[in-house]
Design a protein around this ligand. Structure first.
Ligand code: BG6
Length: 295
């Protein structure tokens, strides 16, 4: 598909392509129901503000630069999660979060705005992962819901297996008084360095008293972030893994693009297929994973 430059597309009222931070290109949505911002770099959503209230979390120390992942918002992890199935894949969380995507179009029905982005393999991606693929990403935002739909198609002539995540960072008032509910009874791997990896079974709601990094497996359960004055619901389809993460004190301090004190204000509840839930696609086959976020 020949990609029309984003600046040459005819976009609906309230959607515009703008110069983003540090020379990157962003698409802004500014309509009655919400404000949203997405960088073509990584197809990275950095804001969804229904009725003036921000739902996503962005680090004040985030770096906006080619080749670097943006800290916060919604990075897309593909075709592997973290360091991949055997722990040796680089860059961490795959290469599409640091690759420029194409804006295909934007549509609206008056209540919703949908941004449609696409990415296909190139010589550079095949050097990192030797497969032909098409990734199609739709970000639909409105007043009540943010829907993220990621479709991967195998455009090659051999099967491939991949991991993926919609790595949603959410803003919270204070992580120490937040609970994540809905994953009770699910099996998880404890990914905190040095911890007993498990598998463990989630007992009761998740609360946060130290670094927490859990990969829930074989579950499509809806998760609810219960914060002081609001609840954020993350419902999933085509996703069998959920990752819940807060870096707490030491890991925050160790990350250059994450403010030392910012860990109190965020939590990641991610929609994924990772580890044993990796997806295998035959040639010509497609798989769609969706996250539906509502407040
Ligand atoms: C989470 C992982 O999804 O992403 C954590 O579970 C990881 O282990 C975190 O630290 C952030 O990863 P990155 O590569 O963006 O620093």
């Amino acid at each position: 598909m020949t990609q029309v430059p984003a600046s040459d597309l005819t976009l609906p009222d309230g959607v515009r392509v703008v110069p983003g931070r540090d020379g990157l290109t962003a698409v802004q949505v500014d309509v009655a129901s919400c404000f949203g911002e997405l960088y073509l770099h990584g197809a990275h959503l950095t804001s969804w503000r229904p009725l003036g209230s921000e739902v996503l979390w962005m680090s004040g120390a985030a770096v906006f630069a080619p080749g670097r992942a943006i800290r916060g918002g919604v990075p897309i992890c593909f075709p592997w999660f973290a360091d991949g199935p055997d722990g040796t894949s680089t860059p961490a969380h795959g290469f599409v979060r640091t690759t420029e995507w194409g804006l295909v179009d934007a549509t609206t029905d008056g209540r919703w705005v949908e941004l449609h982005l696409a990415l296909t393999d190139t010589e550079q991606t095949r050097a990192l992962w030797p497969h032909s693929f098409a990734a199609d990403y739709r970000v639909r935002m409105g007043e009540d819901e943010l829907a993220l739909l990621l479709t991967v198609t195998n455009t090659g002539d051999a099967p491939f297996t991949f991991e993926e995540a919609l790595h949603t960072y959410f803003t919270v008032s204070d992580i120490r008084s937040v609970q994540v509910r809905g994953l009770e009874g699910s099996s998880y791997l404890d990914m905190v360095p040095g911890a007993d990896r498990g598998p463990h079974v989630q007992q009761g709601p998740i609360s946060f008293t130290a670094e927490l990094d859990r990969t829930y497996q074989a579950t499509g359960a809806t998760a609810v972030i219960r914060d002081r004055d609001r609840s954020v619901t993350v419902a999933r389809t085509g996703s069998s893994s959920a990752i819940v993460w807060n870096p707490w004190v030491d890991k925050s301090a160790a990350m250059a693009d994450f403010g030392d004190d910012e860990w109190t204000g965020m939590v990641c509840v991610e929609t994924a297929n990772a580890k044993a839930d990796a997806v295998t696609l035959a040639p010509g086959a497609a798989h769609t994973m969706t996250a539906h976020v509502s407040v």
